[in-house]
Design a protein around this ligand. Sequence first.
Ligand code: AMP
Ligand code: MG
Length: 431
Amino acid sequence: MAEHGHRHYDEAMLSVEDALERILSVFHVLEPEDKPLLEAMGQVLAEDVVSRFDIPPLDNSAMDGYAVKARDLKGASPESPVLLTVIGSVAAGHLPDRAVAGGTAIRIMTGAPLPEGADAVVPFEETDEVARRASGAELSEIAVTTEVETGSDIRPAAQDVRRGELVLDRGALLRPAEIGVLASLGYQTVEVVRRPVVAILATGDELLEPGSRHDPGKIYDSNSYGVAAGVLRYGGIPKLLGIARDNLDSMNTKLREGLESDILITSAGVSKGDYDMVKDVLAKHGKIDFWSVRMRPAKPLAFGVLHTPDGRRVPHLGLPGNPVSALVAFEQFGRPAIHKMMGKSLHEKPTVTAVLEDPIINTDGRRVYARAVVTKVNGVYHARLTGHQGSNVLTSMARANGLAICPDDVPRKEAGETVDVQMIDWPEEVF
Ligand code: AMP
Ligand code: MG
């Protein structure tokens, strides 16, 4: 790594994969917390979930109809219906108060427990109930127009979950279906891996806080907000520290606030020429390396570990200052770090193969992540670049839904060639 000064800066470029591996090696899965069920959505289970009972608890009806003995209906057809005496009814949530004997039926609703003696359910549609009601006739008996097999339209007890069964494994991601399963097991709260608190710090004398008066000599801090939004998207809790000015005092103060977090993400101050100050400040709090990553945008990257007065270690990811670089580097490195802390399994953003509509030029052997819009035309994905690829042109990131990748050893990708596109978004209108 760079010892000092700028001389060593370009010495060894790291591949994106090597940089990511080094970064991830210092992160650990965070400790569990007990969360109300709904608030645990999107978090990872920190406990095995075993059922204390059967679901459904009892054999029950899959249809609105009549609980019967299947053998009573032998030979039943529309031409020769079988007449049964209706001896009662049972609704969902109630227990039947009598048994079905030969020649009788009990009216039953979907989800209601099956009465003793019954071994099948005949749906209303296979009876004369509707006609009988319309004619004002008694519902004390019912004509059934079909045979049924034993077990027909019965949902057996424990079909979904058996008592003692391991229903959800520790490590499972809680989606709506898992939240529903936990509710079905009676859980009100659940143990999940807690979300990381991500401190975010912008650096630069040129920066204004959004909301403050516009000043033509300055620019609004967009990195903090873009990165914080990314933190939210990937499940972390952003903690905006605001702006540190380009002096030692300001940096020191803000960095100290950043220690109250699981990771500190800064932007800017890592490119050639100005990283010495960041380096000096960080040297007081921990250890930091300045890397050149073989990618465009976002070549300069800083990574280190800060030490807190109470002995904790807080990883620090230093993103480049240019807004597109900051967001692209956050996607490649910040997102996996957040996911690892949350106990999620790590994979890249979904990638599609698309026909390129504009050339991508790779001038210096880095992996190019070109901002692109992916569309689907006659079942084929197409990727069009979103205009000027300068790393300061943030609106071209806003117009993109993916990053079209030109490999580091390919000097040029022509229009008409296929490329992999890492989908930053997975828009429903495209897929
Ligand atoms: P630096 O790494 O400090 O040389 O910054 C590189 C470029 O990114 C400069 O043009 C900065 O003005 C710009 N920049 C740095 N921080 C931010 C920020 N928080 N929001 C928007 N642009 C920024
Ligand atoms: Mg700066």
